[in-house]
Design a binder for this molecule. Structure first.
Ligand SMILES: Nc1ncnc2c1ncn2[C@@H]1O[C@H](COP(=O)(O)OP(=O)(O)OP(=O)(O)O)[C@@H](O)[C@H]1O
Length: 341
């Protein structure tokens, strides 16, 4: 008799994600002890041993709740029985910048990347599921995001893989049951003070009641479609950026300071706005604007220097970057030379 269907589904997803990896490579599972990453950990131990790969477990102890150190130690003790060796608990200090959730996430990824490098891992596996993806899309819609944000989380990004994005949370819970594993229920996952928890526990179930049980799956499909669109637009914008920034070198001292980015307006005027806005966003970032702080409204203001220019002198974007229109160019710089109007 084969394994229960949910166990087989999780193993298949892991097998697909690890396909093509060089024999002997080390893959690490980032495991919180919750159902998603516990099912992932067990399936990875199983698949890796049959695929000639080595598998290990990393758990991050944020030291935010009483007992978190014990939980991390329990996971490390459990790991060898799942075929995961090495297994490490990494303790991190969580700051407060950007709110407690964002700070914990940032500290977690930094710790995971550091441990992966130290252990020479070829990949770090995360337990995000289709339901996490659906929540991300809903949150993006509510913020008025564009295609890049609606694309949600990618199945692979650098070292990080998300093998379970095609499976629902119900499947991981059943897989744990099927393997006799007892996941940890994080009380945070039920705390309605978190927006994501309200989306998970109230909004998505209400949508499924009203619109049918396939809503999470449909939202995850939207994410995939948006990713394809965003990738295509990014590629177009990359070429457009090179054309607009790589014009005649005689003009390249217009910026007036090192690090300035100068774009030729005539290369931008005929572009679709979705592409032009991407070019402008990239120019601002290359000139020194921190990516996370650059809002759509900033990019729109810069865009008006092209589409609705009435001698406006200067647009400010985060990072102390000013944008001015000067001769047939847009100059992005910390202290751009005074504009021509
Ligand atoms: N403390 C942690 N240590 C290691 N990895 C973690 C930790 N917290 C989260 N992760 C990784 O990030 C993924 C997504 O985290 P998130 O907080 O959204 O999930 P979770 O509620 O912890 O659920 P689960 O553990 O069931 O995946 C997890 O599946 C896991 O791979």
């Amino acid at each position: 008799m084969g394994p229960p269907p949910a166990v087989a589904d999780v193993r298949r997803a892991v097998r697909l994600a690890l396909d093509g990896m060089a024999p002997g490579s080390l893959v690490l599972v980032a495991c919180s002890g919750g159902a998603d990453s516990l099912a992932l950990a067990a399936a990875t131990g199983f698949v890796a041993s049959r695929a000639g790969l080595r598998a290990g477990l990393l758990t991050v102890d944020h030291d935010l709740q009483p007992g978190s150190g014990d939980r991390a130690a329990d996971l490390v003790r459990l790991a060898p029985s799942l075929g995961l060796d090495p297994a490490e608990a990494v303790r991190v200090h969580v700051g407060t910048e950007g709110g407690p959730e964002a700070a914990a996430r940032q500290a977690r990824y930094a710790a995971l990347s550091e441990a992966a490098e130290r252990l020479g891992a070829a990949a770090v596996l995360l337990g995000h599921t289709r339901d996490d993806q659906a929540e991300t899309v809903l949150l993006g819609l509510a913020r008025g995001s564009g295609t890049r944000s609606l694309a949600g989380m990618p199945a692979r990004a650098g070292l990080y893989l998300r093998p379970l994005l095609g499976l629902g949370r119900r499947t991981t819970a059943r897989a744990c049951e099927g393997m006799g594993l007892k996941p940890w229920d994080d009380p945070h996952n039920l705390d309605p003070r978190y927006t994501r928890v309200r989306v998970r526990t109230r909004l998505l179930p209400a949508l499924e009641d009203e619109l049918g049980p396939g809503v999470a799956e449909a939202l995850a499909r939207t994410a995939d479609l948006c990713r394809d669109d965003a990738d295509a637009l990014d590629a177009w914008a990359g070429r457009a950026y090179s054309a607009a920034a790589g014009f005649d070198s005689a003009l390249s001292d217009i910026g007036g300071e090192p690090g300035a980015v100068v774009l030729a307006v005539r290369e931008l005027e005929g572009l679709p706005s979705a592409v032009r806005r991407r070019v402008l966003r990239r120019a601002a970032i290359e000139a020194g604007a921190p990516p996370g702080t650059l809002a759509a409204s900033h990019v729109l203001q810069v865009d008006r220097l092209i589409t609705a220019w009435r001698g406006q002198r200067r647009v400010e974007v985060p990072g102390g970057i000013g944008v001015v229109r000067r001769y047939g160019t847009l100059v992005f710089a910390r202290h751009p030379a005074s504009p021509i109007s």
